[in-house]
Design a protein around this ligand. Structure first.
Ligand code: 4AD
Ligand code: MG
Length: 460
């Protein structure tokens, strides 16, 4: 007989004569002739209550069960007389799979997030983190479903690359050179004799590869890990994060914004319907305004605001910003959050940014100053999506590369796509962790990543 998951047992519509379940003990209470054991198996937030009468064979051993111990129960699923639960389990046998000693760090009911980060290997056993990582899993599935239902193909873009898509130089180097004795030519590492025969790094974005496939398969997306060596210790940056990047042929900036908006709304709706119990935990204990915020995302269309108008609003704002705003400066998170949280009180898509602050691949607008870029900003977080229409005109792309110091020869394959069958196309990248912050109300990105990587932190 196979073990049944608690999530299914609790939804049963009839009692069951014989079931097996396994999980970890959350609490146990003993009375004179029976014990109540609350078991959780990670399949859902709820525990199932197990009653072990004193006449079961190993009752002496059952009495010794501690919080965190692993158990397997064979018994009957019966209607529960208790409040708040429909079913409980009357145990016929309790197998103690392993006893957990008193040193188990999760004895208390509540711990701070800071403390739980120091035991990231155990925190998924708490209600909050169990819920977080179940939601993370469900939303991953929803991402694939969203694109697949719309005819997009899933492309596995490389993690090891020789390019720097964003041109920001925040690269983690990959090398097989002997770091104790790096071979050098003219004082520089001899990458020609390195593994790939040239400089290599971990990808910062799958976009450039995805573009090649959009110009062949039409609508594609990639969803995978990306790496950035930005030395920013903020609550919204990690060195390793996941990005979802759709790329659409024959699509302009307006079409790109339409898909971005539909995508975010779809994921929020999916979370509300498919992760109800877990989301409710966050609404109750983590962020009292969560439900309002999520509903406001579903109800209203996102504001679409040209960058120049965003700057005008911020310049007029009666608010002391730490960083100055003016045309040609990038928006800081304080500016983004002013727009979403205070001015519009809903998501805002800022578009047509100055070309001086955006990467080479974004399509130049006719005004000579801006590019067809868009950032989706959401309440509580700020930027969650960055994207653009891509420059499909070979000559303009080449001169942008020259202006931004990008070596055309190295990107010969990228330029080929503009020589052969070039077509307008657009895409964007959604920071998966930032989206998870949005749907859970969790305010530190480190708490939505199983094992977060940040400056000076790669313990687990
Ligand atoms: O705005 P970014 O840099 O855009 C790109 O990489 C484009 N090549 C994407 C594309 O058009 N296909 O990054 C996209 C998103 C950001 O909006 C943010 O949500 C997230 O990725 N992001 C990070 N998330 C966590 N930690 C970091 N260090 C992040 N850097 C970016
Ligand atoms: Mg960006």
């Amino acid at each position: 007989m196979r073990r049944e998951k608690i999530v299914h047992l609790l939804k049963s519509d009839a009692p069951k004569e014989k079931i097996i379940l396994s999980g970890w003990v959350r609490t146990k209470r003993d009375s004179s002739d029976f014990s109540f054991i609350e078991v959780n198996d990670g399949s859902c937030l709820s525990n199932i209550q197990v009653i072990a009468d004193s006449d079961i064979a190993n009752y002496e051993e059952v009495k010794k069960i501690t919080t965190g111990s692993a158990v397997t129960i064979i018994g009957r699923l019966v209607a529960s007389p208790g409040k708040g639960q429909k079913w409980e389990v009357q145990a016929a046998e309790v197998e103690v799979v392993s006893l957990t000693p008193e040193t188990y760090p999760l004895q208390k009911k509540r711990h701070t997030d800071e403390y739980l980060r120091t035991i990231a290997h155990l925190r998924p056993r708490t209600n909050k983190y169990g819920a977080t990582f179940r939601i993370r899993s469900e939303i991953s599935y929803a991402i694939h479903k969203f694109y697949r239902d719309r005819g997009f193909r899933y492309i596995h873009t490389p993690i090891l690359t020789g390019s720097d898509c964003e041109g920001a130089g925040e690269l983690f180097r990959v090398t097989a050179l002997d770091l104790e004795a790096v071979p050098k030519i003219d004082g520089k590492p001899d990458f020609e004799n390195d593994f790939f025969g040239k400089e290599a790094n971990l990808t910062v974005s799958g976009q450039l590869s995805a573009e090649m496939f959009a110009l062949a398969l039409g609508d594609v997306y990639t969803f995978g890990p990306t790496f950035r060596a930005e030395n920013s210790n903020t609550r919204r940056h990690v060195a390793e994060f996941w990005m979802v990047e759709p790329e659409m042929a024959f699509c302009d900036l307006i079409g790109n914004m339409d898909i971005a908006e539909e995508f975010i709304q779809y994921l929020v709706e999916y979370a509300l319907s498919e992760c109800k119990e877990d989301i409710e935990l966050f609404a109750k204990f983590v962020d009292k305004k969560l439900m309002n915020r999520l509903e406001s995302i579903l109800e209203s269309g996102f504001v679409r605001l040209p960058y120049t108008e965003a700057v005008a609003i911020l310049e007029k704002a009666k608010h002391q910003f730490e960083y100055e705003v003016s045309f040609g400066r990038d928006l800081q998170s304080e500016h983004e959050q002013y727009l979403t949280d205070r001015h519009f009180k809903k998501p805002v898509i800022v578009h047509d940014y100055p070309k001086s602050i955006k990467p080479f691949y974004m399509r130049a607008n006719d005004d000579g100053k801006t590019v067809a870029a868009m950032d989706v900003l959401v309440p509580g977080i700020g930027e969650i999506i960055g994207g653009s229409q891509r420059e499909e005109r070979l000559d303009i792309l080449e001169s942008r590369m020259d202006d931004t110091g990008i070596n055309r020869e190295e990107y010969w394959w990228y330029l080929d796509s503009r020589k052969y069958g070039s077509a307008p196309h657009s895409g964007f990248g959604l920071g998966f962790e930032r989206f998870l912050m949005l749907v859970t109300g969790i305010t530190n990105i480190r708490d939505v990543v199983p094992f977060p990587r940040t400056p000076n932190n790669i313990e687990f």
